[in-house]
Design a protein around this ligand. Structure first.
Ligand code: TXE
Length: 479
């Protein structure tokens, strides 16, 4: 496949002609040649976006914008199999996960924000001798920078509210997983959206991403990615007074209390560790377990981890695919070596699995459970972002909360208990943006999504996204 940038309604190569290779991680083979764009391409996209924002797209009504989002949702739904196939090839995730999680969520994101703007209202504040009303205006041109773990799922989580609120978009997907972003551009093009409303610039983060965050013509940046990159993005966007939303890494605790119904919840706890090969910012990679049930939880998790069917992501029976890239697998393997140095015991996993010859060059790694590590060691506190869970015993609720909070991150946590009072108490004490009780990754798109501490700044979802992509303007009228 030969991918192109999409700028001002035209598909085009990088202005320099440079390209980069997109590798299928399950086979190690090239799937696409992608523009390796530079600042000049970003500049062209920003100009096209600005023209749209001040032209036909800026003049579109709320209903027209919502209709476009609904039409995008319908078009992706009609093409679900192709989108899922592209996502699976690009990321190494099982096709069934792409079909049942990633692409359905992308569809839902467009539908949800179409409905959200159709039904949103602004406020009026009455005084004795005056009234105030609030106008809500799009920021103008927004830059959306997204990662490789849930490519279309996360891109659509930003594109949908950005377009629905009337912004023109310059999007940059991860250079590792550009396929579904390209398919989205083709879809939007086919639907005849106003030129420049949606622009796509492919390329490396340090070139395209950095040019976007520094560009004076971009009014807001929404970024999802690693915490180290997020620091650069925040600093650069701050220097040009852009509105910024940062959804960064996590090292999320799974707190399992002695009264949890283990037979029922262990599969969910394992899913929280290993879904998408553990490459979700919300994954529960630090499992804190009451000492009285520690061994049962470890045995149960290990049994589930061993039961995954690792292999060809396209095989409908596969439940565990490859990591997203070979470089990423090396990073994760580095943490496995570190875990052993730090005194950990690998209870299960930790190796490259046996796979069919066609996948011999794939970036596969077994789901791994580690015990015996100190709670403050690097393996237990740094984001690994792979299929690696460490298990740690605790004796009291207070100790569990202190252990959960003892990391620089603060994205999410899950609490597993049948004691409702304990659930409320612990949820309130956790330093995170989100807490799940007896569930994980249950998502209502209206609720605030985001983290505290090094996990980010700002919230996405429902009215929070509508707020981010707009500026409120108060008008005060003397009666
Ligand atoms: O992500 P990056 P990487 C974590 C995870 C992972 C680590 C590094 O721990 O191992 O981050 O992953 C673009 N200015 N997460 O290096 O770099 C980049 O091109 C502007 C957690 O792959 O954060 C891509 O489009 N943009 C996470 C996007 O940023 C830049 C998901 C994310 O890539 C840039 C992914 C720059 N200077 C990784 N440099 C989550 N929160 O879900 C890169 N980019």
């Amino acid at each position: 496949m030969q991918l192109a940038n999409y700028i001002g309604g035209r598909f085009q190569p990088a202005l320099s002609g440079a390209t980069l290779d997109d590798i299928e991680p399950a086979t190690g083979e090239r799937v696409a040649v992608v523009p390796a764009s530079r600042a000049e391409d970003v500049d062209a996209a920003v100009r096209a976006a600005r023209d749209a924002a001040t032209g036909a797209w800026g003049a579109a009504s709320t209903a027209e914008r919502a209709d476009l989002c609904d039409a995008i949702a319908d078009a992706i739904a009609a093409d679900l199999d192709r989108f899922a196939d592209l996502e699976s090839r690009d990321t190494g995730k099982p096709l069934r996960v792409a079909k049942t999680v990633d692409i359905p969520r992308a569809i839902e994101n467009f539908r949800f924000f179409a409905g959200a703007v159709r039904h949103s209202a602004t406020e009026m504040h009455e005084m004795a001798d005056a009234i105030n009303y609030t106008l809500r205006r799009p920021l103008g041109v927004v830059g959306l920078i997204t990662p490789w773990n849930l490519p279309l799922y996360l891109l659509s989580w930003k594109v949908a509210p950005a377009l629905a609120t009337g912004n023109a978009v310059v999007a940059k997907p991860s250079e590792i997983t550009p396929l579904t972003a390209h398919a989205l551009a083709e879809t939007i093009d086919r639907l005849g959206a106003p030129k420049g409303a949606f622009n796509l610039v492919h390329g490396y983060g340090h070139e395209v991403g950095a040019a976007m965050t520094a560009h004076p013509g971009i009014d807001g940046i929404s970024f999802t990615g690693g915490t180290a990159t997020g620091k650069h993005v925040g600093a650069s966007a701050g220097a040009t007074f852009k509105k910024v939303s940062l959804e960064l890494g996590g090292k999320n605790a799974t707190l399992v209390f002695e009264d949890a119904d283990l037979d029922r919840v262990l599969p969910d706890i394992a899913r929280a560790s290993f879904l998408n090969q553990g490459q979700i910012c919300l994954c529960g990679s630090r499992i804190l377990v009451h000492r009285s049930i520690h061994d049962r939880v470890v045995e149960g998790l290990a049994a589930i981890a061993k039961g995954y069917r690792i292999g060809d992501p396209r095989d409908p029976d596969t439940t565990f695919g490859s990591l997203t890239s070979h470089a990423h697998r090396e990073k994760v393997e580095g943490y496995l070596a570190l875990a052993v140095q730090e005194g950990g015991t690998i209870v299960t996993g930790g190796r490259r699995p046996q796979v069919p010859p066609a996948l011999a060059n794939g970036a596969f790694l077994e789901p791994t459970v580690i015990t015996g590590l100190g709670i403050a060691c690097r393996t237990a506190t740094e984001e690994i972002f792979g299929p690696v869970a460490t298990v740690h015993p605790f004796d009291t609720d207070a100790e569990a909360v202190a252990m959960a909070n003892g990391v620089q991150y603060g994205l999410a946590a899950s609490v597993w208990t049948r004691d409702l009072a304990r659930a409320h108490r612990v949820a309130a004490a956790l330093e995170t943006g989100m807490v799940w009780v007896n569930c994980w990754l249950k998502r209502d798109l209206r609720v605030p999504f985001g983290g505290v501490k090094a996990s980010g700044v700002g919230r996405e979802g429902g009215k929070y996204s509508l707020g981010f992509y707009t500026n409120d303007k108060n008008v005060c009228i003397q009666l």
